[in-house]
Structure formats: structure tokens, C-alpha cells
Write a protein that binds this ligand. Sequence first.
Ligand SMILES: [Ca+2]
Length: 169
Amino acid sequence: MENAAVLKEWYERVDSNRSGNITAVQLQRALAVGNLEFSLSIVQQMIRMYDFDGNGTMSFEEFVALNKFLLKVQNVFTLLERGRGYLSPDEVYEGLANLGFSLDSPAFLTVCESFDKNKMGMVRLDEFISLCIFVQSARNLFNSFDTTKQGRITLDFNQFVYCTANCRI
Ligand SMILES: [Ca+2]
């Protein structure tokens, strides 16, 4: 969805009770209508990424920012899938690199496997988006601890628990 008016219309349909905010459940249901199946925790993660006022729901402005991210991910997917509807692990790797994430093999394979639901090495669009949401959230969380921008952080046990709870999928 690139057109602002179309986006607004879509948003207002999802915000069925006209609260000016959409919840994770409303967003999950609306995306499923477009054939994108996301777990509730991924949808919550999407909201957390762009919930600028921290109220746990998406205003239209926050949704516009989320949509921009989703479009970017979708474009990368479309570029690589070449009409098959899925990406191979190598292509997922390339896609992540296109989005600015260069993971090493152990990290990449673990992430890739956990999002390839049927374990056939074929990653569909919703799985690829989920994977990108996870990696972007992990990146944001990491950056919040990496205050000196050294690319390395030290965590105590409580901080580690905080991080894993935040990144659960
Ligand atoms: Ca919000």
C-alpha cells in the first residue's frame, strides 16, 4: 500500500471502533485478510517497533512508519522470489543483506530455521517479514544497550532476561 489515501482508508477499516488506535489483534486480523499470517507475538513486535508514544497500539502515523518498513521488506522479497512465492535460505540471506543486516552463519541459520515453519527451505513472504521484524527488533534492542556504538555489549543476567523476553517469537 503506497498511496496515502488508500492507506488511510485501510487503517480506518481496521480501526473498526474508531478509537484512533489499532490493537495487535485488529492488525493481525487485517493482515490475515491479505493472506499474511503472523503470530500475535510478531504483530506485537511490529507495534513495539513503531509505537512512538508507547501506548501499546498503532496510531495512523505510527502505522504509516510500520507500512514503510513492510513495503521495503516486501520489495526485497519480490525482487528475489522471481515468481515462485518463496525464497531459498541463500536468497533470505541476500534479502537480509539488502536490508542492511549481515549475520554470520550460526546466527543466520538459527534465525532462518526458526521462521521456516514447514522446514522445507522455502520461506514465504509472511515468514520473511516475521524474520525481518525479529532481526530489526533485535537490532534496535542491541543498539539501546550499545550506547558507545562499539558493536559489542555486556549484559548482566537481568538484562539478558529482559532481552530474551523482548525478542521472543
Ligand atoms: Ca502508539
